[in-house]
Design a protein around this ligand. Structure first.
Ligand code: NIG
Ligand code: FE
Length: 401
């Protein structure tokens, strides 16, 4: 069965080759547009509403804007408990150093599979209700062979984009035996993780006693690569460090955070723009009250940018891509078009996916409607629930979206 989605006031296709579209800001914009989608979510046709072909069903979005569903390419959704107390302390001046991660490790280890699954699924539906379709999920709150395997297995139930983050922090019980923990990560943990995960990530951060040095991160990433996993890095979050350049050198798909960059880091990312995406997570700076990354310098240097939530109980307990877009525009100086591109096509690129993040024939991005006439409203109306993933299985009403 196919559905004609029509009455689209502004359609941001993100397809740079679409005839008749406005490509001035790289969004491939059409006005008064329509899209035909099949039941598997595959786009069959895109163009002006006046030229739309017939389809089995029809949905009228009554002048709303439609964008490709957001791709949230960095989340830590498999956890129990929360750290509201840590957040409150931070708002009174305590700095974030990754030490609170062990609180979540304890709560997560104590939770049953059913509890963790229910928490995870509730967070995924929270994301979908705000316009996200595909999301990446990391492990990293188990930090034992069984705990990491369980997190990866649960994550795999809800997404294909699963990341092994055994290298999140050194768990408390091995704090005085860091080398033994790294051996565990690259040995038995990786052996189990490779069955469930597509990616490996590491928190490379010399400014945190809990995270990993450049040498340790290299050992972990190289082992992951040898096991067939793609590479991602948490780098340069708390201060300048080796993470960004290590990620670029090893051909990582993404280096995430990038909050403290030297000119050499920016140059390295610009030179690697066809391989390595810089994923910015401004919800983290908001929630840890720290300086935002210099997104403008990265964009001007031609770096490929992604935006994601980093949803986790420590540094950003928000599941909202519209919130991240608003921060990227207001606080980091991206244009609304650049921010939308980073939250869709850029994030898809960071997952090495061309089948999501753009609305073009053959892709399966998911369609997100905005209760607004243009994508600019995502940043212009912060905190207002405008974005919603269009559910084609819902019965049509007068005005859908
Ligand atoms: O991306 N920096 C490391 N990991 C997460 C935070 C995890 C936590 O604090 O629970 C991040 O910010
Ligand atoms: Fe993270």
């Amino acid at each position: 069965m196919t559905t004609l989605v029509t009455g689209i006031g502004e359609l941001a296709t993100l397809d740079g080759t679409l005839d008749g579209a406005d490509h001035a800001e790289g969004l491939g914009l059409l006005h008064d547009a329509a899209v035909v989608v099949d039941d598997a979510g595959e786009v069959r046709w895109v163009g002006p509403a006046s030229a739309a072909p017939a389809a089995d069903r029809r949905r009228d979005v009554c002048g709303r804007a439609v964008v490709p569903a957001f791709v949230d390419s960095h989340t830590h959704l498999v956890f129990a408990g929360d750290r509201a107390g840590e957040f409150a302390a931070r708002m009174s001046g305590t700095a974030y150093d990754g030490g609170g991660i062990s609180t979540t490790v304890t709560a997560t280890r104590e939770a049953s599979d059913e509890e963790l699954r229910a928490l995870l699924r509730a967070r995924v539906s929270e994301m979908r209700s705000q316009g996200t379709n595909v999301l990446e999920i990391k492990s990293g709150y188990g930090l034992s062979v069984d705990g990491e395997a369980r997190a990866l297995r649960l994550a795999r139930e809800v997404t294909d984009e699963v990341t092994f983050l055994g290298g999140h922090v050194v768990p408390r019980e091995l704090a005085s035996r860091r080398d033994d923990y790294v051996d565990l990560v690259i040995g038995p943990m990786l052996e189990v993780a490779r069955e469930h995960a597509r990616w490996i990530d590491v928190f490379c951060e010399p400014h945190s006693a809990h995270a990993f040095t450049g040498d340790e991160a290299r050992t972990i990433l190289e082992a992951g690569r040898a096991a067939g996993l793609g590479l991602r890095v948490h780098g340069n979050q708390l201060g300048p460090g080796p993470g960004v350049r290590l990620g670029v050198e090893l051909g990582a798909a993404s280096v995430d955070h990038c909050s403290h960059l030297t000119a050499a880091d920016v140059d390295a990312l610009a030179g690697a723009r066809d391989t390595t995406v810089a994923t910015l997570l401004p919800g983290v700076e908001f929630s840890t009250r720290s300086p935002y990354p210099d997104a403008r310098a990265l964009a001007d240097a031609g770096v490929c940018l992604a935006l994601a939530t980093d949803c986790n109980p420590g540094t950003c307990y928000s599941s909202s891509m519209p919130f991240v877009i608003a921060l990227a525009v207001r606080e980091m100086g991206l244009t609304p078009a650049e921010a939308l591109r980073a939250a869709t096509k850029g994030a898809a690129t960071s997952l090495r996916r061309s089948d999501i993040g753009t609305i073009r024939v053959g892709a399966r991005p998911g369609l997100t409607t905005l209760d607004a006439p243009s994508h600019v409203h995502l940043a212009y109306r912060p905190g207002v629930p405008l974005a919603r993933l269009l559910d084609l299985t819902e019965p049509a009403s007068g005005c859908d979206g």
